[in-house]
Design a binder for this molecule. Structure first.
Ligand code: HEM
Length: 182
């Protein structure tokens, strides 16, 4: 897993809790004093250990933590890979292009990084379907990233999940925040 996921997880824990909590999580995970760097690729197992320790020490369910972290992570990813994101994209265009444009480049530029296979289908305007399949079982992270992307564009996503073979299907409705408020 790409080092940026670890460096941003550290920032997320420090901002949500504090730096002692991060140190305690690393100790619990068996990675005491590990200094993660964004240019390295770490074994998936390490993320599993750190996530399990974070769940244990925070008492927050894994999916709830992953969702909150995804929401935090989204604007950072969008900034890092800003060169790939045209100015006129909004939530729907970004989601419809994430696999072919963004994750494809991540795979090319970072040998060893394996973003999940995301299959988006456009069901109608502002209505998308995502089939998520990954051995890492981090659909809640995808859910959170989508919340964060919508937030970035001042839009809103309503996401309904159901299980499919080998993964999770999400039905996504995108709306404009201003329209909801009125
Ligand atoms: C600005 C847009 C995005 C960028 C730059 C980006 C980049 C990345 C990177 C670098 C990773 C780590 C991959 C690895 O090390 O194997 C990753 C993983 C992931 N991405 Fe994206 N991503 C973006 C948008 C999205 C969106 C919109 C979704 C969901 C709809 C998504 C879902 C995920 C998930 C769930 C993972 C975790 C790995 C897994 O489940 O197997 N990403 N992404």
């Amino acid at each position: 897993m790409h080092g940026v996921v670890f460096t941003k997880l550290k920032q997320f824990v420090e901002e949500t809790f504090d730096s002692d909590t991060w140190s305690a999580i690393l100790k619990e995970a068996g990675h005491e004093d590990e200094m993660f760097v964004p240019i390295k690729i770490y074994p998936d197992e390490t993320l599993g250990q750190v996530a399990a320790a974070a769940v244990k020490l925070s008492g927050i369910a894994r999916d709830d933590l992953l969702r909150a972290f995804g929401s935090f992570l989204a604007p950072h990813l969008m900034e890092m890979y800003g060169a790939l994101i045209p100015a006129d994209w909004r939530t729907e265009s970004l989601l419809m292009n994430v696999e072919e444009t963004i994750h494809r480049v991540v795979r090319m530029k970072n040998p060893g990084a394996e973003p999940p296979k995301l299959e988006f289908t456009r069901l109608g305007s502002g209505h998308l379907q995502l089939d998520y399949r990954s051995e890492r079982r981090m659909s809640a992270l995808a859910h959170g990233i989508m919340l964060g992307v919508a937030e970035h564009y001042g839009e809103h996503v309503d996401i309904r999940e159901s299980e499919i073979s080998g993964g999770v299907r999400m039905l996504i409705r995108i709306s404009n925040r201003a329209a909801i408020a009125s």
